[in-house]
Design a protein around this ligand. Structure first.
Ligand SMILES: *Cc1c(COP(=O)(O)O)cnc(C)c1O
Length: 451
């Protein structure tokens, strides 16, 4: 018995893992990690794995980053946590000042929570409550896009649209209005991304026209629907939506929890459309992948609609125990320092271009329908029939075969469905990208060999 399997026995006796059918672990080994360094994770037996998915899209500058470690050590000597209601601390104020300067102009208020789903809940409640404070009691609905994902708590699940996560809980979820989205994988052959995106906006336009009176907000993931199989679209959609929301008096909630902090090639995805949403949600990369933290940024006008004498009961009485945790805020500040001191966005352009080149050969693969990329997110969609774009039956778990092969070769790839993707930490090198691409190509070949 090796060190890994000894440890795994202890684990599976007491731990219930997220997003996992635990029975799979009768034959699919869990991997215990004893240390991380840069893009590399090391298991209990010394085998190393390149973390090509940034440990579920959170890590930006590598594991055990010396600069973030140092900042956290400093914070630990001062203050680990303090209640944020009635109290404050340096890290949360500094972080808020810096975020407000970095996000699209007009977002001037920061409300903190401690994970992405909670930030979604905050934004939904805040939008609803804003309209209520304005006397608009009919506004109780949210509009969401097909194939969207916003987290797992009940409100976030309700506004998401990934069947696999949602269907079971349907009886518990609030009603939402779901609109066909701009997902460019579904474009007509020969149609450009921009033309498809424009054409699909007609559905949103129609829905807003019909439902704006009862709608609080539209919520969407700018540019990439990550959990929805890394489907992508053109920034034009965000521009059209921003204008339409303005016209119809409906809030726009931009969930940048996954795409924020440089993933799509700009610090925030909304920048590519030049828009300011009414609410912008950040988490995941916010702390460089160190600690759970999320923030909802909003406009002053929204903040002011809650600002009144206590007895009017207009205040936003929402909290989480760890709201604005000092260590998490300090990790976020250290992360922003790295963006400021290194030319991260600029350097990423070179890495992104290299990533694109490294898998270009797969474009002709008979079972790869498409290779798509927005900045540091690259996805390859495996299909049964390339021309009809016919999906493999989900029961065949082709993505899992890629995952297993990659692990053997020392790369952590974790396909979503049949989509193999890269979303690596920004400290990855070109040779490491080449390794990741080589292993992905082998995995895809293996997984699609049998029809
Ligand atoms: C991950 C994710 C969430 C949920 O964040 P958690 O921290 O996992 O609750 C919400 N929205 C998007 C777009 C995400 O990718």
């Amino acid at each position: 018995m090796g060190a890994n399997s000894d440890f795994v026995k202890r684990d599976t006796a007491v731990v219930w893992h997220p997003c996992t059918q635990m029975k799979d672990h009768e034959w699919l080994p869990l991997i215990p990690i004893r240390r991380g360094q840069g893009v590399w994770l090391e298991d209990f037996e010394g085998k190393r794995y390149l973390d090509a998915i940034s440990s579920w899209w959170v890590n930006l500058f590598g594991h055990a980053n010396p600069r973030i470690n140092a900042a956290l050590n400093g914070q630990l000597q001062q203050l680990e946590h303090v209640i944020l209601a009635g109290f404050s601390h340096a890290a949360v104020v500094e972080l808020s000042e810096r975020l407000v300067k970095l996000v699209p102009p007009g977002l001037t208020r920061c409300f903190y929570a401690d994970n992405g789903s909670s930030a979604v809940e905050v934004a939904l409640k805040m939008s609803f409550h804003y309209w209520r404070n304005q006397g608009r009691h009919k506004k109780t609905k949210f509009i969401t896009l097909a194939n969207s994902y916003h987290g797992e708590t009940l409100g976030a699940l309700a506004v998401g649209n990934v069947e696999l996560y949602k269907q079971t809980y349907a009886p518990l979820l609030m009603d939402v209005i779901t609109v066909s989205g701009p997902d460019c994988f579904l474009r007509e052959s020969g149609e450009s991304w921009e033309a498809h995106t424009r054409r699909m906006f007609a559905h949103m336009q129609q829905t807003l026209e019909q439902h704006h009176d009862e709608t609080c907000a539209v919520i969407l993931e700018p540019l990439v629907q990550c959990a929805g199989n890394m489907r992508m679209y053109h920034p034009m959609y965000l521009q059209l939506l921003r204008e339409a929301c303005e016209r119809y008096g409906v809030h726009l909630i931009a969930d940048e929890i996954a795409v924020g902090f440089g993933r799509t090639g700009t610090l925030f995805a909304c920048e590519q459309a030049g828009i300011t949403p009414d609410f912008m949600l950040l988490s995941k990369g916010l702390t460089g992948g160190y600690l759970p933290l999320s923030v909802v940024l909003t406009r002053d006008e929204i903040y002011q609609a809650f600002y009144d004498d206590y007895t009017t009961l207009r205040a936003f009485l929402h909290s989480h125990s760890y709201t604005g945790n000092a260590l998490a805020c300090r990790a976020a500040l250290a992360t922003l320092d790295i963006f400021r001191e290194d030319k991260v966005i600029e350097n990423n352009r070179v890495l992104a271009a290299h990533m694109g080149k490294s898998v270009a050969g797969l474009a002709e693969h008979p079972h790869v329908a498409e290779i798509r990329q927005h900045g540091m997110i690259l996805a390859m969609e495996m299909v049964k029939d390339k021309h009809a774009r016919e999906a493999y039956p989900w029961q065949q778990r082709r993505g899992l075969a890629v995952y297993q092969h990659a692990l053997k070769r020392g790369v952590l790839l974790r396909p979503v469905g049949n989509v193999v993707y890269f979303m690596p930490p920004y400290v990855i090198t070109q040779p490491e990208i080449d390794l990741m691409a080589q292993v992905a190509a082998e995995g895809i070949e293996l997984a699609t060999r049998e029809n």
